[in-house]
Write a protein that binds this ligand. Sequence first.
Ligand SMILES: C[S@@+](CC[C@H](N)C(=O)[O-])C[C@H]1O[C@@H](n2cnc3c(N)ncnc32)[C@H](O)[C@@H]1O
Length: 378
Amino acid sequence: MVVVQALHMNGGTGETSYAKNSVVQNKIMSIGKPMIEEAILKLYSTTNNSPESFAIADLGCSSGPNTLLLVSHVMDIVCRRCCQLDCAPPEFRVFLNDLPWNDYNTLFRSLPAFYNTLKEDKGSGLLGSSCFIAGMPGSFYGRLFPRKSLHFVHSSSSLHWLSQVPPGLDSKSTPPLNKGKLFISKTSPPSVLSSYALQFQEDFTSFLSSRSEEMVPGGRMVLSFMGRRSADPTTEENCHQWELLAQALHTMVIEGHVEEEKLDRFNAPYYSPSPEEVKSAVQREGSFMIDRIEILEVEWDGGSNNHVVSNGTSDNLTGAQRVVKTVRAVVESMLASHFGEEIMDELFSRYGNIVSDYMSRKRAKYDNMIVSMTRKSY
Ligand SMILES: C[S@@+](CC[C@H](N)C(=O)[O-])C[C@H]1O[C@@H](n2cnc3c(N)ncnc32)[C@H](O)[C@@H]1O
């Protein structure tokens, strides 16, 4: 699978779009807000800077209501701080990054309204400052920006996507190693677990060394992504959503709608690391210091009974329906490129029944990791 092409959130603003189905990721961003505030305030107090031009990058920004939340949050914190310090707010250079197949058209079309809101928001202290937003398509596992050009880097709900399926699992010339599964499961052989762990280490190290070139000394980075508390990657919190999706596909294999070989050959380019795995990559790469690392629980459906959608009304969905729509908006492009577009409605309908049954018996939750780091100044 070529991840750069196959992985993109559902574009546009329709019923199955990421824009309409990203309330859970919005919740995850809200949980990360205090850590972002702490990082920016430290950046302003420790460096001799109120830079004239403050550069922010949001990596894996997608498109939809979440995309510009980070920008307004950071601008708000910086401007309040400048007000306290009695200095003029900086200009903001904002870089929104995602893979090239991301729906940048919808994103760019939302910018005029965003700029208008900034102008109208007279109470925020933003008057006099300017914001310049640009898109930066490409993989965050390589260099994206010039050297020492960024003050603050953020990424939310994105770094659990690997750059590729671990090579040992993606080879057509060897028998499938992870039969009947889409990701690590209780029955996966140890070689599957170690291939995933190795791919994460390689990818996360490339991520860190690219950012280490791009950030100013003392710059801060807050990253939030799916993680796990346990050293064991086969726990239910870590893999059960993939397990249930595999069950839905398995019913379609039994009824002849999907070839067994296709199911056996799909492995998700995904990994949710433990804090030890993250710490060990950071230590080995050497350019960053971890200020804080936390794991927080997030319910599969985002946690509240009714979700308010953009026009202020409730979405009136059951928890399971919301889970299915959230998962579909994220993984449909990848599954469609492997299994075919034509089975998607049926697959997600079956998945819905399985998720509904599971959620009637269990409290379904993920573990989300948030890490705050500083670029060392040596
Ligand atoms: C679930 S969305 C998160 C969007 C947004 N940050 C939010 O919190 O709502 C994950 C995004 O990460 C992007 N992504 C995954 N791998 C990436 C990579 N290697 N480089 C850049 N973006 C990537 C995907 O294309 C997707 O848009």
